[in-house]
Design a protein around this ligand. Sequence first.
Ligand SMILES: Nc1ncnc2c1ncn2[C@@H]1O[C@H](COP(=O)(O)OP(=O)(O)O)[C@@H](O)[C@H]1O
Ligand SMILES: [Mg+2]
Length: 425
Amino acid sequence: MVKVLIVGNGGREHAIAASLLQSPSVQEVVCIPGNGGTATLPRCRNLGLSVKDFEGIARFSLVNNFSLIAIGPEVPLAEGITDALQAQGLAVFGPTQAGAQIEASKAWAKALMKEAGIPTAAAAVFTDAAAAIAQVEADGAPIVVKADGLAAGKGVTVAMTEAEAIAAIEAAFGGQFGAAGSRVVLEEYLTGEEVSVLAVTDGITIRPLLPAQDHKRIGDGDTGENTGGMGAYAPAPIVTPALMTRIQAEILEPAIATLQARGIDYRGVLYAGLMITPQGDPKVIEFNCRFGDPETQVVLPLLDTPLDQLMLACTQQTLADLPPLEWKPGAATCVVLASSGYPGSYEKGKPISGLAQAADTGALIFHAGTRLAGDTVLTDGGRVLGVTALGETVKEAIALAYEAVDHIQFEGAYYRRDIGHRVLG
Ligand SMILES: Nc1ncnc2c1ncn2[C@@H]1O[C@H](COP(=O)(O)OP(=O)(O)O)[C@@H](O)[C@H]1O
Ligand SMILES: [Mg+2]
């Protein structure tokens, strides 16, 4: 029997916890710090340790025999949580600080892609505004401006005019993203359809999970500001088996081989954010070093292989010996409920009703920004809940997810009405 510790507090971590608890070999799950959803899962509890307290997390795990630690978010990975826990002899699902650079530095990721021959947008890296602006004036628009470091999803400007690009460069070097903006990557503008391919790896072998698509914009029709993600569905029909074979051969395997050649022992999720060009070719937009959110909320509910076995195979470098991953037939759709005002400022502490009725429809309700006050669940963040339904097709899953959403109420609840519109056509 395995006891698993999960680090993080979003919908992603609730989905990881729920998936682990489906496994016959998982005895107990503890989330640091967790949320109102993980607090109420059977055999799961939250622990009020800081995500930054690597020492405390190591001590708790050792004293209580937690044999697997799964890291949800990118920030602790980039800060070296895996290195700190591995140094104490703990098995960690999530890359070391060196591996996490694949997400934490876009310039580093670009250099790795170049070395590996991975298809991606042409790019150049700048350390001062004047040179970057001169490049924009030479290349013209559209052009993409990216702060190098972690910027919580706010560091990228897809500039349709030179003026927009220059403003973004000035903002980055002016300190808008702190140290994350002290280097800027200018990228060729790509068109096509975006898709997320999350893969698991033990540093040698890499296996893709089902492809997913998310909706990043706040408004219907993919309009308005970027968010952490307002909904997702899987499998994404755009990724045919033939395309997945290419993604494996042209992107995932070269990435792992090149990490390995650099002496980086990468065990965890490698998430490829892809653009499928109008010619049908996959190109990398970025890599992430962890499960995507909300993609995880549609991918893991479809996974039939016990998640602890998959994670342990990654930490023990035995992924090649694991039988092919098993998936439920059909599809999943997740609709995110957010607080009014998100991704700008919003109020917290609104009581949420109808959760039991929503769950009675068969939907999975993943908590993102919630907390418990006695028996009442209160809103506690911008993205509040992810409502996932499984169906025979994406279309059916969409209808069932919205049926469940209809039962849930809180003051200012906002959600998109068109999740999955690309599939519905
Ligand atoms: N080269 C590009 N061409 C067109 N759009 C892009 C390009 N790079 C990024 N984007 C758009 O910007 C979004 C955010 O960029 P990404 O590199 O994923 O940064 P992050 O997720 O760290 O904010 C992407 O999901 C995509 O919609
Ligand atoms: Mg991205």
